[in-house]
Design a binder for this molecule. Structure first.
Ligand code: ATP
Length: 540
């Protein structure tokens, strides 16, 4: 592309030379040869031929530039897809303790916004520096060939000017880059908090707080973006003026040296077109460098996220198979959360649950019941002690396998904005859902009647974001149906019936108890009556 661009520039020279002084045809060896080669009959015809040739080269160069631009855009855009998909994979490979320590809005921001910014602020600028760098080098070589002194002076002026500009704005760019990144994070978090907790926001009149928090950060974000854009554009206007001044000075200098118009015009034309090509190239390089500087803070953050991948213990797939045919065991388990290492949540817990038996866990609020369940689910790793299934220690090599054998009904059921059927068969693609199993699970969880009698599309009713169409009790029963759809070996229930009225709770409990002896169950309940029928009870 650069070569074609240079040829485009050079091709204008003979055209201007002959246009200014037709006698150049006879004086210049190359023009004379071309004249004979084209077989033209007079100078006017020759000028037209030269003009057409130059135009064709310029058009060809433009087409090539369009194609190259498309290829570059496609490349950088695909990098966005590649990086964000890879980063999502890196995140999904992390264990549960990673997610309880990180802010979910921040993770979404990095994945969707920061990766975009890396493409826009790093990959595209690097490509620009490479392509425009080549153009500049080609132009300089061309000019050196023609007049080394002038070429080096022009290049020197342009390079020094932009280097000076960059030196002046460098530190400012670095500072606003950090503030830009922080304000963006705050914007995302305010949005997630205000919409995620809209009920609390309204009741507590927290509108103003969230509005002001968003407004303040959004303003900083907008201001810094504008500063970055302006600092990228301003030098062009200054250097254009300088360039124009240089051309006029050159013309005057040549006139004073008594050169003829025929000699001056091609020189001015060459320098004019070369500057016309070279200045945007230099400007684009400068812009690319400043954009890179502006995005450096975000780039460092994204690199840091990719470094999470170096934890080779994490993987989607287990390397070791595991089955459940005899017992689930905890041996001397202790636990403290990584962010509060001094607070001992569990101390030396040992227990054994035989297959098809049930364990009830009770204890006062905050005693560590849910934490213990997370350890049995393999979501949290004990700080010391072990979790064993059929005598095999559960570790990074088999934990996903273990999780595929169990179901979990949490205190707060997460419902996706999908149909009832999709929510029951959570994670199963729509066309692979077994509707008979969905139906059976719903019947067992005492939610089938509600679905078939109250929802307009039965199991195909879309339940709205976070199951907003459903009551707390209906959500819990849907959670139980989801757990049963999986036909697990072990079912873990954390206060699974706490939001139900006495009658429904009794019915759900009976349904759960009917599984007693057919399925291994671990049930957390505040009310001891809810776990009275369990084979053994652990009080924390
Ligand atoms: N992500 C976390 N980081 C730090 N501490 C935590 C975290 N989650 C829970 N805790 C602390 O661990 C303790 C046990 O919490 P856990 O949720 O296991 O209790 P629980 O017995 O299930 O309570 P409840 O009956 O109220 O649900 C609590 O003191 C809580 O503050």
């Amino acid at each position: 592309m650069t070569i074609i661009e240079s040829i485009g520039v050079v091709s204008i020279m003979p055209f201007l030379a002959v246009l200014a002084n037709p006698e150049n045809v006879q004086q210049n060896f190359v023009l004379k040869k071309l004249y004979t080669l084209l077989g033209v009959s007079n100078n006017n015809q020759f000028v037209i031929y030269l003009g057409v040739i130059s135009l064709v080269i310029v058009v060809f160069s433009a087409i090539l530039k369009i194609l190259t631009q498309y290829a570059l855009n496609r490349f950088s855009s695909l990098q966005r897809h590649y990086f964000s998909s890879r980063l999502l994979r890196v995140y999904l490979k992390q264990n549960y303790s990673f997610f309880i320590q990180r802010n979910s809005a921040d993770l979404a921001k990095i994945l969707l916004n920061d990766v975009d910014q890396v493409v826009w602020g790093v990959i595209k600028p690097v490509l620009s520096i490479l392509s425009y760098g080549l153009i500049i080098v080609a132009m300089i070589i061309l000019l050196i060939f023609y007049d080394p002194m002038m070429a080096l002076t022009t290049a020197g002026v342009i390079v020094s000017f932009y280097a000076l500009m960059f030196y002046v704005v460098k530190n400012f760019m670095k500072r606003i880059s950090q503030e830009f990144s922080i304000s963006n994070k705050e914007r995302y978090q305010s949005c997630q908090e205000v919409f995620g907790g809209i009920k609390d926001v309204m009741i507590n009149h927290a509108h103003d707080y969230y509005y002001q928090r968003f407004d303040r950060n959004s303003r900083v974000y907008a201001r810094h973006y504008a500063s970055h854009e302006s600092l990228g554009q301003i030098p062009l206007h200054i250097i254009e003026t300088i360039g124009y001044g240089c051309l006029i000075t050159l013309a005057i200098f040549l006139v004073l040296q008594d050169y003829s118009v025929g000699t001056i015009l091609p020189v001015i034309g060459l320098y004019g077109v070369a500057a016309y090509r070279m200045l945007p190239a230099a400007q684009n390089i400068y812009r690319a460098v400043t954009t890179y500087k502006f995005s450096q803070h975000i780039l460092n953050g994204v690199i840091h996220e990719f470094e999470l991948d170096s934890n080779k213990n994490n993987s989607y797939k287990d390397t070791k198979q595991i089955g459940f045919s005899s017992s689930l065991e905890l041996v001397d388990v202790c636990f403290e959360y990584p962010n509060y290492p001094d607070k001992k949540i569990l101390k030396n817990i040992s227990l054994k649950i035989d297959k098809n038996s049930s364990l009830g866990i009770t204890g006062k609020s905050g005693s560590g019941k849910s934490t213990l369940m997370d350890i049995m689910l393999g979501l949290l790793q004990p700080t010391s002690g072990i979790l064993k299934v059929d005598g095999k220690v559960i570790n990074q090599e088999n934990v996903r396998n273990w999780q595929s054998l169990v179901s979990y009904v949490p205190q707060f059921i997460y419902l996706a904005d999908m149909t009832i059927a999709e929510n029951i068969a959570f994670g199963v693609p729509k066309d692979q859902i077994d509707f008979e199993m969905v139906n059976n699970a719903a019947k067992l969880a005492q939610i089938d009647d509600f679905i078939t009698q109250n929802l307009k599309d039965d199991y195909n009713t879309v339940i709205g974001e976070r199951g907003i169409l459903l009551s707390g009790g209906q959500r819990q029963r849907l959670g139980i149906a989801r757990a049963l759809y999986k036909q697990p070996q072990v079912i873990f229930m954390d206060e699974a019936t706490s939001a139900l009225d006495t009658e429904t709770e009794k019915a759900v409990n009976e349904a759960i108890q009917s599984l007693n002896g057919k399925m291994t169950m671990v049930i957390i309940a505040h009310r001891e009556s809810a776990v009275a029928k369990c084979d053994c009870i652990l009080k924390l």
